[in-house]
Design a protein. Structure first.
Length: 58
């Protein structure tokens, strides 16, 4: 039930995994098993890099 709205971009991975009643790593494994790519684009990468810089990890 959670996969279809996730693949359509209507649910975030966090909300989809909650709906599925799964831990994040379990839901990510399910996505990989079903060959559903994660929603992660260049803007997400830039945000993650900025966060890592703020934390002094880069």
């Amino acid at each position: 039930m959670a996969l279809y709205p996730y693949t359509q971009g209507r649910l975030s991975v966090g909300k989809a995994r909650e709906l599925a009643g799964m831990a994040l790593w379990e839901f990510r494994q399910l996505l990989a098993y079903r060959r559903i790519p994660p929603h992660y684009d260049e803007a997400d990468l830039d945000e993650d890099v900025a966060t890592l810089r703020e934390l002094g990890r880069l």
